[in-house]
Write a protein that binds this ligand. Structure first.
Ligand code: ZN
Length: 124
């Protein structure tokens, strides 16, 4: 029976699928992760989903609304990603314990501590 629900989104993992379902719920759309019960038998990290985790709407009349909400969701997420990448980021040195500020475009990279020159992992 759940097989008949229209798939409106394919998430890359269960966490993303949950975010999408919550977002849709906030917009008054009844959505669910299609493979929720099948996936529930595995650890989240073990889920192999070559085609993505399918998010469906349980109410087919809401399909268009769901797609509009999803377009907004993707736009917001893109804007957040862009905003994040330019914002300066703090990193704490494990060697000397001091914090340094790095430009957003080195997020996730290894830089040198500005105080003691040790390698420092800049957070994402
Ligand atoms: Zn240091």
């Amino acid at each position: 029976m759940s097989q008949d629900w229209p798939v409106i989104f394919r998430a890359s993992d269960m966490a993303e699928a949950d975010i999408v379902v919550n977002w849709l719920a906030e917009h008054g759309i009844e959505a669910a992760v299609k493979d929720r019960f099948a996936a529930g038998t595995f650890e989240v990290s073990q889920i192999v989903a070559p085609y993505g985790i399918e998010v469906c709407t349980m109410n087919p009349t809401q399909t268009d609304d769901a797609k509009a909400a999803l377009a907004e969701f993707l736009k917001n997420r893109e804007m957040q990603a862009n905003a994040k990448s330019t914002e300066p980021v703090f990193a704490e040195c494990e060697e000397c314990g001091k914090s340094s500020t790095y430009p957003g475009d080195v997020r996730g990279r290894v830089e040198n501590c500005k105080h003691c020159d040790a390698y420092i992992d800049v957070p994402e």
